[in-house]
Structure formats: C-alpha cells, structure tokens
Design a protein around this ligand. Sequence first.
Ligand code: NDP
Length: 425
Amino acid sequence: MRSKSQTSNGKASHNTEREFGGTLGAVCIPIFLPLTVLFLICVNRSPDAALLQWPPPLPSLDQLWNPTAPLLLLGWIALHAFLYLLPLGKISEGLVLRDGTRLKYPINGFHSLCISGALLMLLLMFKAPLGHLFEMMLPLAVCAIAVSFMLSVYLYLSSFWAPPHALALGGNTGNPLYDYFIGRELNPRIGHFDLKYFCELRPGLIGWVVINFGMLMQEVELRGSPSLAMMLVNSFQLLYVADALWNEEAVLTTMDIVHDGFGFMLVFGDLAWVPFTYSLQAAFLVGHPQTLSPMGVAATITLNGIGYYIFRKSNSQKNQFRRSPTHPSVSRLETIATATGKRLLVSGWWGLVRHPNYLGDLLMALAWSLPCGFSHLLPYFYVIYFTVLLIHREARDERHCRAKYGLAWETYCRRVPYRIIPYIY
Ligand code: NDP
C-alpha cells in the first residue's frame, strides 16, 4: 500500500507503507487488544483458567471498577515522572535526527527501579496489603487502557504543532485513524520530558515486576510462604527488567525509539499490555499452585540462563559495534560495508542468525512459563504471543534493513540464511 510521494531530506511526507494491516488494523487492534487484556485477566482468575472455555467468564461491574485504581495508577505514573526528572545518573545522546540534531536522555531508569524496590520494602514494613494487587489487576488494567487511549489522543493532536522533521516517516499518512494508531510524532516531548522514552521502560516495565511481587505476597497470605514456582517466575522476570534498565542506553538505538512514532500502538503496549499480560504467569500461580521437581527447576534455570546469555551477549555486541566499531571487543569481527557508510556484522552472534537477540528472548520466555506446569495453556500465552510478535517484528526490521542497505543486506542474508533459530527459521 503506497500513497503519494517519497520522503526526502528531513521532510515528513504522506508516503508510507502501512503496517499492522493498515486502516483496518488501526481500527480493529485498539478494540481487540484491550479486550484481550481484560479477557486474559478474567480467565486467569477463574478456577478453570481455560482459554477456550465458552462462554468466557464475564466480570461484574464491581470487579472492573474500583475508585482506588485510578489513584494508584496515576500516582505510580507521577512517581516515575518525578524519578525521571531527578538529576541522577548520566545524560546520553540519542542517534542523529533528520534535522541533524541529537536529543538528550536521562539514563536513570535503574535508579528508578531501585527506589521503587526500596519503597516496596517500606510498604512491606508498614504491613501494606500488597497481595491486594491480585484483586486490583482488573480495575488497574481498565484504568491503564483508558490512560492509553487518552494519552494517544493527546499525542495525535499535539503532533500537529510539531515541525515536519519531527514526524515519524511511517506515521504521517494523512489518515487520522492510522496515524493515531501508529503515531505521528517521533519523539514527543513536554519541555525536556520525553514521553516515549519515559513510557518505554519505566511505569509499565517496573509496574510489571511490582504486580509480580504483589502476586507473591498474595501467595504468602493464602499459603503462608511463596512457592518455588512463584519465586522462579519473580526472579527471572526481575532479572529481565533489571537488565533492560541497567542497559537503558541501548533502548536509544532500538526500532521503537529510532523509527516508530509514538501513538496508540506503543502507548498501549508500554502502559497496559506489558504490565498486565506479562504478569499472567505470576497471577496464574496464585490460583493454581504447582509442585516442581528438582530436575525441572534445574532445567528451567539452565534454560533461562542460556537464553539470557544469548540475549545479553548479542545485544551488547551490536550496541558496542554501533557505538564504537573500533572497540577491541568488536574490532576483529568480520563485517560487510553498506552504501550508507555503516557496516553489518557477519560473524560473532550476528553471524549465527540474523536476530540472535530474539532467540535468547524466546528461550527466556519459555523458561518463564515452565514453572506453571503443563496442565494449562494460559501461562504459555506469553511465549506464544511473543513468538508471533518477534516473527512479525523481524519481518518489519528486515524490510527496513533491505530498504536501507539494499545489496549489502542481500549479501548479509546469503551469508547468514537463518532469521532467528539456526537451521530451523
Ligand atoms: P534489534 O536490537 O534487533 O535491532 C535491529 C537493528 O539492528 C536493525 O534495524 C539494524 O539497525 C541493526 N542490525 C541488524 N543486523 C545487524 C548486523 N548484522 N550488524 C549490525 N547491525 C545490525 O531491534 P529490536 O528493537 O527489535 O530489539 C531489541 C531487543 O528488545 C531485543 O533483544 C528484543 O528481543 C527485545 N524486545 C523485547 C520486547 C518485549 O516485549 N519483551 C519487545 C520488542 C523487543 P542499524 O543497522 O540501523 O543499526
């Protein structure tokens, strides 16, 4: 689907290949995905936790709405906005923008995680009922969905005050439904406060591990102590979130920050989808306790360790190479030149498959589901969804790279024929 003219030298134009099913996707996805979040939470709480159960368990109005939920959610977002603004950590520059400038970003997400952890411990000391988060998941998700819609409307409208070079190339089609969904402006800011960068790794991602911890506390309340399965899920996912925040600078070179506009798709993903669907395994364990064998525990920890190792090493290798190609850790790797002046790695992790980081991420995703046993499909929702997401994301990235690097990308694909899983895909 192409329309109007091609983009040139920094000017946003009405030309773009539409993604996620174009206008139809832009209408259906914002209806379908929020309902999916609510559906999954409801099914997870039901004793059967059966995804294919018909009719699905419908929540009462009482379960959907709780006046404390908007206070908790907005308080949480305000706390993280405050922590974002604290002069902690270093300031880093993003990649060069189309107008030749670079934006500055505070690298203090890990500080925010530690402060959030300290605040949780304080709440625990004062015997705050953290396990109550289990009951609050549904009303909190409803509020997060509402906030996502409202923020996306604000972002869409405010983008009309942005200069043309500040618009995302893919989000400026002129179709309001599609542009609202995909995001018009690349880096919307209020003063120095970068809304996309803030939402990417803070309220939702840290919120996810807080919800997990709430599930653990609910288990303690119900059964006296946390189960091994719950501790594994909490630790694995905390490691993942801590890693993302420790390496926060790396987000500045990801597709989300560099390429995608900030619209409903990312807002909803960051604020509603991640915290409320990624915490499904921990929430599942509250109502469906599991007994794990020592062999099962060892195998799951090993799988998570291998996945994490591949994920971290491959991401670090590419980030190092992109930031400083002459660094001793990457300078000996084999590369191919491209017409843009950038080079592509063809050995090391990026010579194994074209997305080794996705491979590691998928192995971890499987390890997060295994502690929930094999009796239900629901705890495997994450790994199934994530496989679909990464296959789609990989295809999007390939399209961008093919357009960017042309022949050099073809050569890379010939040299490294597999996309994510060696000899399989
Ligand atoms: P990637 O980190 O995979 O980056 C893709 C980019 O890397 C390409 O556009 C290209 O950009 C560069 N690149 C590709 N091949 C090479 C090569 N051979 N040599 C050098 N550079 C290359 O992108 P993502 O943003 O998709 O993923 C980042 C991480 O986030 C991943 O680990 C992913 O698993 C994770 N993730 C997690 C999600 C979650 O919900 N848990 C969701 C999405 C991602 P260029 O050449 O312009 O530098």
